[in-house]
Design a protein around this ligand. Structure first.
Ligand code: SF4
Ligand code: SF4
Length: 386
């Protein structure tokens, strides 16, 4: 990497990304103590960034791709150091020089799919709205109440299409006048940005913003906390503002307004997992719990590492596209926690969490009670009781 011998550039990019606060780091190590990686292996983002700013990091070192941007360490840092932004800045340097360490090589293919088809899954753009076939879901038009933006995983992944379908069923039941963009919907770009590909993020964001404006979109309903975060907190960088609501918020609103009655029984013990990008990054903890509490027969049990201290599923920061070896998957730990509190169902509200939990469910040895919990999105439970 002789091109990167000028480490001033790295420092500069870290600064530009808002990571200049790292100079205030006094190496207390509190960030490392809360990082979920240290439950499964040794890892220190603090050390990597410190070494980088002193020109001692091999940028092709795969360790820079490990952070899931879960948000635990900045929450704990007494000096306000922007650890996530600094880590993403290092990745930007790497991607700008075309460096993709072995475990993340698939990201090259993901970028091509995002450019060509608007999704990271190598799926055809023309099939984006297929999940809604036969459900009577309309194309969005300006006079509608809300745009439903299911995102890439709910549009294509066979497991997650069920969540999009449950959402459409709930909206119809509540009499919401909604529509979708179908083939005109693009990936929001949140995760590719966190892998360091800033140019591709900006391209996807601009395309989406143009589509929203052309269609007269004002209010957007999303199922993914990653779409939520990027529309709400990152698209304003382009001087636009759309009202964004996540499905857990909208569910609570529909119930509170009397538009949706939770009349059925759900006689199960349920543990709610707070997704990082709903909870820690956006402070949404109460709404999903209030919806679940309103369901007759349902008993909520809390796991350790809940609310602000929720355990990351391992899917943020682009890690959803990277292979994590068995024995290092946070989602395995989470399923064991759910089993330990006797939950029959592990419920959440994020496609990455569901994918990782479903994988863990398949690969984990059977629990003490002989059964791993069912994995559900909150919309799937609500669909069963309306
Ligand atoms: S918690 Fe903050 S001040 Fe302490 S080592 Fe980590 S980055 Fe530095
Ligand atoms: S954001 Fe999360 S995964 Fe990344 S270094 Fe901090 S605690 Fe670790």
């Amino acid at each position: 990497m002789e091109n990167l011998s000028d480490y001033k550039e790295i420092v500069e990019i870290i600064r530009e990304s808002g990571g200049e606060g790292f100079k205030y780091c006094y190496q207390c190590g509190l960030c490392d103590t809360v990082c979920p990686w240290n439950r499964v292996r040794s890892f220190s983002m603090r050390r990597i960034i410190r070494q980088a700013t002193f020109g001692m990091t091999e940028i092709e070192n795969e360790e820079i791709w490990r952070c899931t941007t879960c948000g635990r360490c900045p929450q704990r840092c007494p000096r306000g150091v922007k650890i996530i932004e600094s880590g993403v800045a290092l990745r930007r340097v790497a991607t700008e020089y075309g460096v993709f360490p072995t475990p993340v090589k698939p990201i090259r293919g993901i970028s091509a799919s995002l450019v060509g088809e608007g999704n990271p899954l190598n799926e055809d753009r023309k099939n984006r709205g297929q999940w809604a076939q036969g459900l009577g879901v309309k194309a969005f038009s300006e006079e509608m109440e809300i745009l439903y933006f299911p995102g890439c995983y709910l549009s294509y992944d066979p497991r997650l299409k069920k969540v999009a379908q449950a959402t459409a069923a709930i909206l119809k039941k509540a009499g919401v006048d909604f529509g979708i963009l179908g083939t005109e919907e693009n990936c929001c770009g949140e995760s590719i940005r966190k892998t360091g590909d800033e140019a591709l993020f900006r391209r996807l964001a601009r395309e989406n913003i143009k589509t929203f404006i052309d269609h007269g979109v004002k209010k957007i309903l999303v199922s993914s906390p990653h779409c939520y975060h990027t529309f709400k907190n990152e698209y304003p960088e382009f001087m636009v503002h759309f009202e964004v609501v996540h499905m857990v918020q909208y569910l609570m609103e529909l119930v509170d307004q009397g538009r949706l009655a939770l009349s059925g029984e759900y006689p199960k013990k349920v543990a709610y997992h707070d997704p990082c990008y709903l909870g820690r990054h956006n402070g949404i903890y109460e709404e999903p719990r209030r919806v679940l509490e309103g369901i007759s027969g349902l008993k909520i049990v809390e796991m350790p590492d809940t609310l602000e201290e929720s355990l990351c599923c391992g899917g943020g920061g682009g890690r959803i596209w990277m292979e994590t070896p068995k024995g290092e998957r946070f989602s395995d730990l989470r399923l064991k926690q759910a089993m330990a509190v006797g939950a029959g169902v592990l419920v959440t509200a994020c496609p990455y969490c569901i994918s990782n939990f479903e994988d863990s469910r398949l690969t984990l040895a059977e629990g003490d009670d002989g059964k791993s919990p069912e994995i559900k999105d909150i919309t799937e439970i609500v669909q069963e009781v309306i």
